[in-house]
Write a protein that binds this ligand. Structure first.
Ligand SMILES: *Cc1c(COP(=O)(O)O)cnc(C)c1O
Length: 394
């Protein structure tokens, strides 16, 4: 018999997701529980969102506290939590100013508009092109979708935003050919997530910085997935020594509540005036109050050191798996890809049996983006179960 909730879902939800046949009812730490009481080690974390895991007592208390205060006022009025979160984000990054959004794609849409405004103010005619790269993922709405070069996502939705120019990721010559005086922005993920866990080389980021400076284009780092401690550094780009003009954030920023943010310099922000951009829900006191707590927790040096250490252990242990199906292990911190020699969907499916939640990136790569509280014991259990699954699938 089909579970009644699955029946309702199948009847009344737009069928844009294919879900496994269980209903999640609770969670604690790294573990999720389904309707039959079965436990799953969660290496997905709501797609790199639940950074503190499930039922974290501190996060729960913070949400309860925030819920007793103002929840929403709109951006027509001053409230404390939004200003305090922006101040903390600026103190911990290159940024001077922040614009809040409700999601990653909305942050990138805002970044597109900011860049177009800077270009419009420059007076350079036709400065409207936005350079993006192979395997990129910047979101599903019409602007960011134009910067997400995957045929399956784009094809049925033409025409997309015009003037999106595609170049090859990590290819300096390709970037040099694509970026010109007509470029208003360059969008790049310092570590590509959905596209397959690919690290941008420091030389590549340095080239983008140089070309953006040369042509007066805005350099946008999309850290929606790789930012906020995921790589073991608070921001994924810091190790490269290259600073963007805009960084977009979202997924883990409020520990599971919906939020996004555009962090930027005074030089860019000075082009944005009342009426140029807006969002009704964004930056509300409830979600920004909780995000401030999450940011404080994640940016503790001991917390980040633990992410680095567990991430290294994860890569080491995955590399030790002795299977002809394993092609490569790559990534940084707790953003790790395991590339196989075949489509990984059957492995993800076999994980459900074993009490393991995993998600793909691209076709042949399993992406491990667990709660940042994952431990070496969790890694050991993952590797044990994965070894069994892979042995069955040779
Ligand atoms: C998930 C993601 C987005 C889109 O975020 P949503 O909140 O789903 O709109 C954008 N960029 C990157 C790098 C992402 O991983």
């Amino acid at each position: 018999m089909v579970h009644p909730i699955i029946e309702l879902e199948n009847t009344h939800i737009v069928q844009s997701y294919k879900r496994p046949p269980f209903v999640l009812v609770g969670g604690e730490g790294m573990t999720l529980y389904d309707n039959s009481g079965k436990a799953y080690d969660d290496w997905v974390a709501g797609i790199a969102v639940n950074a503190l895991g499930y039922s974290d007592p501190g996060l729960t208390a913070e949400i309860q506290k925030a819920a007793t205060g103002l929840i929403h006022t709109s951006n027509l009025y001053y409230t404390a939590p939004q200003a305090e979160l922006a101040t903390a984000l600026c103190a911990k990054s290159f940024a001077d100013r922040v614009f809040f959004t409700n999601s990653g794609t909305e942050a990138n849409e805002g970044a597109i508009k900011f860049a177009r405004k800077v270009a419009a103010d420059s007076g350079v005619p036709g400065k409207t092109q936005i350079v993006h790269f192979s395997h990129a993922f910047h979101g599903r709405t019409m602007g960011s979708l134009a910067l997400t070069p995957k045929e399956k996502y784009q094809k049925a939705f033409q025409p997309l935003m015009p003037d999106a120019v595609l170049a090859e990721f990590n290819d300096i010559a390709s970037a040099e050919a694509a970026i010109s005086a007509k470029t208003c922005a360059v969008f790049v993920e310092p570590v590509q997530g959905e596209g397959g866990i690919y690290d941008a080389s420091p030389e590549f980021l340095a080239t983008l910085r140089r070309l953006c400076d040369q042509y007066g284009a805005v350099l946008v780092f999309d850290e929606v997935q790789c930012g906020m401690g995921r790589t073991g550094d608070l921001w994924a780009h810091t190790q490269s020594g290259i600073t963007p003009d805009i960084m977009t954030l979202a997924k883990p920023l409020a520990g599971g509540l919906p939020i996004g943010a555009i962090l930027t310099t005074e030089a860019v922000a000075s082009h944005i005036h009342p009426g140029d951009h807006g969002s009704t829900f964004a930056g509300n006191p409830f979600v920004t109050g909780v995000a401030k707590y999450v940011l404080d927790r994640i940016s503790q040096p001991e917390f980040l050191a633990q992410v680095t250490e567990t991430g290294e252990y994860l890569k080491d242990r995955l590399s030790e798996i002795n299977s002809p199906l394993v092609k490569e292990v790559r990534g940084r911190g707790l953003m790790v890809g395991l590339e196989l020699t075949k489509d990984v969907s059957s492995v993800v499916e076999a994980g459900y049996e074993q009490g393991l939640l995993m998600v793909s990136a691209g076709v042949n790569t399993i992406r491990f983006v667990p709660p940042l509280i994952a431990t070496k014991q969790h890694v050991d259990r993952l590797v044990e179960r994965l070894t069994t699954i892979l042995a069955e699938q040779v």
